[in-house]
Design a protein around this ligand. Structure first.
Ligand code: RIB
Ligand code: CA
Length: 316
């Protein structure tokens, strides 16, 4: 079974990713970061979601700010003030580990060399710090799955997504680290929404599924208000597809760079999909750079949704 560490900012869709990972993969640890809410809140949310499902997965809290210490994009718009509005989950009984997220990430990779997949579903600050602290990390990891950035429309900026805008320097480090990377952009993840029929199935499920349905109802209302869209996003859970349902995602190797310059493009993920042949013989500066990620170019919505619903409905 695939060994996974999820680093994220729960967050409604991070919460779905955690539950699906714990059900279908070997979720070894959860590490948290600022993003949808302050790191204290995302850590509490992670513990509360794990407790809801009766899961004793270790949780370690991580970065409260970006590498440069810039304030993150204003949170709350999609996830509410707590980062997980919609259901008042009981205060978790468990506390996070005393270790920092970066330590837990490095130690888990060391203990499961060449077996661990790290899923990044929030700002990539913890992973960037881990890469600087342990330069062997890219060789130790089986893969990195990233939800964040966009090859098209964004959310917090016209063509940039929250997780990268919150810490562009961290994303620049991670996308360039050399580990095998599966990358899911917002332009693709935003097309896979849970519809009323899907939520009705969850409402007919066990306590965990019913609670997730209530949480996603909140998220859906926010998406309707912000985008006029009809459905609940599950961005972060889709980042696990290559290990849950590989036939549901079409991969395309691309060169991806993070724009750092101040201004409207800062935090953009610039993706080269020109399709220029390697032997095109253009001037060097016009030729594509080597592909550094496997991009989710398309997702089979029905297959992806069925996989995620089945995992959530498997809980009591
Ligand atoms: O833009 C979508 C991403 O930002 C998701 O990870 C969501 O949880 C928020 O963190
Ligand atoms: Ca997230």
């Amino acid at each position: 079974m695939t060994k996974l560490l999820l680093d994220g900012d729960p967050g409604h869709d991070d919460a779905v990713a955690i539950l699906v990972a714990a059900q279908r993969l070997e979720l070894l640890a959860v590490t948290t970061v600022f993003g949808n809410a302050p790191v204290e809140a995302t850590t509490r949310n992670a513990l509360a979601i794990l407790e809801l499902a009766g899961l004793e997965v270790p949780v370690a809290a991580g970065a409260a700010r970006s590498l440069l210490g810039e304030p993150p994009p204003a949170a709350g718009a999609a996830h509410g003030g707590s980062g997980l509005d919609g259901v008042a989950l009981p205060e978790p009984r468990r506390a996070p580990l005393g270790a920092h997220a970066v330590e837990l990430l490095i130690e888990t990779a060391r203990a499961h060399r060449e077996e661990l997949v790290v899923a990044l579903t929030g700002p990539q600050t913890n992973m960037a710090l881990a890469l600087r602290l342990e330069p062997r990390l890219p060789r130790w990891l089986r893969a990195v799955a990233i939800m964040g950035g966009s090859a098209g429309p964004g959310n917090v900026r016209p063509m940039a997504c929250r997780n990268v805008v919150a810490d562009p320097e961290a994303a620049y480090i991670v996308f360039g680290c050399g580990a095998p990377i599966f990358w899911l952009g917002f332009e693709t993840s935003r097309t896979v929404l849970l519809r009323e029929g899907d939520l009705a199935r969850l409402r007919a499920g066990g306590r965990v599924a019913r609670t997730v349905a209530a949480l996603l109802d909140f998220y859906r209302q926010r998406y309707r208000r912000i985008y006029g869209a009809e459905g609940a996003p599950i961005h972060d859970a889709l980042a696990l597809l290559p290990w849950l349902r590989p036939d549901a995602v079409r991969l395309e190797p691309v060169a991806l760079e993070v724009a750092l310059a101040p201004g409207p493009t800062r935090g953009m993920t610039v993706v080269d999909r020109r399709g220029i042949r390697p032997d095109a013989g253009l001037p060097a500066e016009q030729m594509p750079k080597p592909a550094n990620v496997q991009m989710a170019a398309a997702i089979d919505r029905d297959a992806a949704v069925e996989t995620i619903l089945e995992a959530l409905l498997a809980y009591p």
